[in-house]
Design a protein around this ligand. Structure first.
Ligand code: NAP
Length: 244
């Protein structure tokens, strides 16, 4: 099969957190490669401004940490794109800053981190699973990319709520990847590295931004990973089709 580098022509992507940092950079990278993107964020003005400046994207206002938002979001995403080939769970909650030790972390703040970083991706993936599976059947493969962090693995003091939620998301991704393999839906969990974004500035205000990764560089790596996964799934579907 001929591999076309940097080609996501016609791929339908749902992306959470598209108005800032990595999400915004990834959206632009995916669109440059030919994808159509529907993105979600909470701030209505920023959603409208980002969408207005980009003809090939649709903006949706919603909160992934809110259970009641998930099915309306999934319906809007599927309706706007006419199906979903790729879901990127990127939106994230850090918690109040300065970051607190676990003993000083309010239960409500812990719940918010879990609701945004773990339950939100779980619910949205479940709500879009029918669309993703249909895309995999009809087009050879589908991909869920959950944005992780080194805090999912390293026990950094002060990063308890965020780290526990990202660790849960990483493990959930690995299990779901195995469970969905037979449907040709891949579930990836990738750490973008320390980037110069508003979230990082909040968490580590002392860091020199010039030493941090640019979100556009992480976005290119993530778009490459999505492309590679889709190509591998389609090659596999092609081989299975040949054998059948
Ligand atoms: N920056 C780093 O150094 C770094 C390192 C490792 C991992 N990461 C991960 O990379 C991802 C992107 O981080 P970033 O630094 O780009 O963050 P960011 O600049 O703060 O952007 C976060 C985006 O998510 C949206 N968002 C936040 N909460 C949401 C919610 N409940 N529902 C819907 N949208 C929501 C925000 O818009 P609204 O506020 O309008 O909703 C915004 O568009 C996150 O998963 C983060 O954990 C970042």
């Amino acid at each position: 099969m001929i591999h076309t580098p940097h080609n996501l022509q016609g791929i339908r992507v749902a992306l959470t957190g598209g108005t800032s940092g990595l999400g915004l950079a990834l959206m632009d990278e995916l669109v440059t490669r030919g994808a159509r993107v529907a993105f979600v964020a909470r701030d209505q003005r920023r959603v409208a401004a980002v969408a207005a400046a980009r003809p090939k994207v649709a903006g949706i206002v919603g909160d992934v940490s809110n259970k009641d938002d998930i099915y309306p979001l999934a319906m809007q995403i599927s309706g706007l794109l006419g199906g979903v080939d790729v879901l990127v769970n990127n939106a994230s909650a850090l918690g109040p800053v300065p970051l607190a030790l676990l003993a000083d972390t309010e239960c409500e703040d812990f719940e918010t981190a879990l609701a945004t970083n773990l339950l939100g991706p779980f619910r949205l993936t479940r709500a879009l699973l029918g669309s993703l599976s249909a895309a995999a059947r009809e087009r050879g493969g589908a991909v869920v990319l959950n944005v992780s962090s080194d805090a999912a693995i390293e026990p950094y003091p002060g990063w308890g709520a965020y780290g526990a939620s990202k660790s849960g998301l990483r493990h959930l991704s690995r299990i779901w990847d195995k469970e969905l393999a037979s449907q040709r839906v891949r579930v990836l969990s990738l750490d973008p590295g320390d980037m110069d974004t508003p979230l990082h500035a909040l968490a580590a205000s002392g860091d020199d931004p010039t030493t941090l990764k640019r979100p556009a560089d992480a976005a290119r790596e993530f778009a490459d990973a999505i492309e590679a996964a889709l190509h591998a799934l389609r090659d596999q579907a092609h081989l299975e089709g040949v054998r059948a």
